[in-house]
Design a binder for this molecule. Structure first.
Ligand code: AMP
Length: 392
């Protein structure tokens, strides 16, 4: 019998899956159902990267889930799926931990959809599809907001009339599963640093920073939505709200048009006019691509400074996400003007993608820690069925 837990991350037209064993960090398999609809594509791979054959009806999320599990069952005939963990973007103001999926929880999370209209409905549709595809298997929801829910009021609010805070217009912060993984990794591998003041830079197609003290989130660059803070692949990052008033008042743009502009046409893509992909920009060499990189690294530098101020100092800067884990150029560029806060990169270590990339003498440790949001979800799913404590 192969007892396993499944992790699911449902987007509008995609489904990311990983199958984890009862214990351990390495998934038995992982994969992606992409372009769910008439042209759906499903790719599954085992732990060695070998393809796991799978096919089926990819026109809906429920069909894609059935195809995934059929593929797994053909590969592991003795498969016993004991729990399913879901990534859910929004858990609201009070949820600071994963929660078992019930009808009451789904109703609560559906009420939050207006706060995250581009993600929450798809996450919830994924849960409903999994309930239909795997009746009787316990499910647990893991929230991207949960890690940040105990931030001080000054980091949780905007300077808007108080009733808006009560209504839920707050700074929630996102990428919480990634930050939780990094906080746990630090506690496991660098306990001295983990009780200190750590700034984590999750730099991928989505990008944010989180200030952590003694394992707890104190400050984050993403706020009410996943638009705020750092510039991203196609998202704008922080922008003067006056720009939005101008677009509405003077250019007559609708909410849908502004949403499209801020979420899909801005960031690295908007500034470079070329691509949202950092690798492409690093090799392009056009003035616009270089300016996009300059803006990205400058805003990262600024936010490290702001985070350090919020934390009262900084003991470590940790990079993760596709850019943070792989781009030595961007890491070096971000660190290069932060010497005043004790950050000093060892260029050989940085080029080798070492775990510690700062010099021996640097006051502040700079690190690269590959993040693993799926493992955080798998741990929560295991804990939900008593397989293991949430933190292994
Ligand atoms: P993620 O969303 O975390 O998968 O990160 C995607 C981003 O990471 C894209 O902008 C990629 O171009 C970037 N990325 C991945 N590998 C590299 C690399 N070797 N050098 C620079 N950027 C990279």
């Amino acid at each position: 019998m192969t007892r396993a837990v499944l992790t699911l991350n449902a987007g509008s037209s995609s489904l990311k899956v990983s199958l984890f064993p009862e214990v351990g960090e390495v998934p038995l398999a992982s994969g992606l159902a992409d372009k769910i609809g008439p042209e759906g594509v499903l790719t599954l791979k085992d732990a060695e990267g070998q393809p796991v054959a799978a096919s089926g009806d990819l026109s809906t999320h429920a069909g894609a889930m059935a195809a995934v599990i059929d593929g797994f069952r053909a590969h592991w005939p003795e498969l016993d799926l004991v729990a399913i963990g879901h990534r859910v973007v929004h858990g609201g103001a009070d949820r600071d931990a994963p929660a078992p999926v019930t009808e009451a929880l789904l109703a609560e999370l559906e009420a939050l959809s207006p706060f995250a209209p581009l993600h929450q409905p798809h996450n919830l549709a994924g849960i409903r599809a999994a309930m239909a595809a795997f009746p009787g298997v316990p499910q647990v929801a893991c929230f991207d907001t949960a890690f940040h829910r105990n931030q001080p009021f000054v980091n949780d609010t905007f300077a808007l009339p108080r009733e808006m805070y009560a209504e839920g217009v707050r700074r929630y912060g996102f990428h919480g599963l990634s930050y939780e993984y990094i906080a746990n990794e630090l506690a496991r591998t660098a306990p001295q640093l983990s009780i200190g003041r750590v700034v984590v830079a999750h730099l991928g197609n989505g990008a944010s920073m989180c200030g952590i003290v003694n394992g707890r989130s104190v400050s984050s660059t993403m706020g009410f939505s996943a638009l705020d803070g750092l510039p991203m692949g196609t998202r704008c990052g922080q922008v003067d709200p006056g720009v939005l008033l101008y677009l509405m008042d003077q250019k007559g743009m609708t909410a849908a048009e502004i949403t499209d502009l801020l979420y899909r046409k801005s960031g690295l893509l908007g500034l470079s006019g070329l691509s949202n992909d950092m690798r492409t920009l690093e090799t392009a060499g056009t003035p616009e691509a270089m300016q996009a990189i300059d803006y990205f690294t400058f805003r990262c530098q600024r936010e490290v400074g702001a985070m350090a101020a919020a934390l009262g100092g900084i003991d470590a800067l940790v990079f993760c996400g596709g850019i943070g884990e792989n781009s030595r150029l961007i890491r070096a560029r971000i660190c290069e003007r932060l010497g005043w806060m004790g950050i000093e990169v060892d260029h050989a270590k940085n080029a080798a993608n070492d775990r510690v990339i700062s010099t021996h003498l640097a006051r502040t440790t700079a690190m690269v820690i590959p993040t693993n949001e799926e493992l955080v979800i798998a741990r929560a799913a295991r804990a939900a069925v008593g397989l293991q404590e949430a933190a292994e």
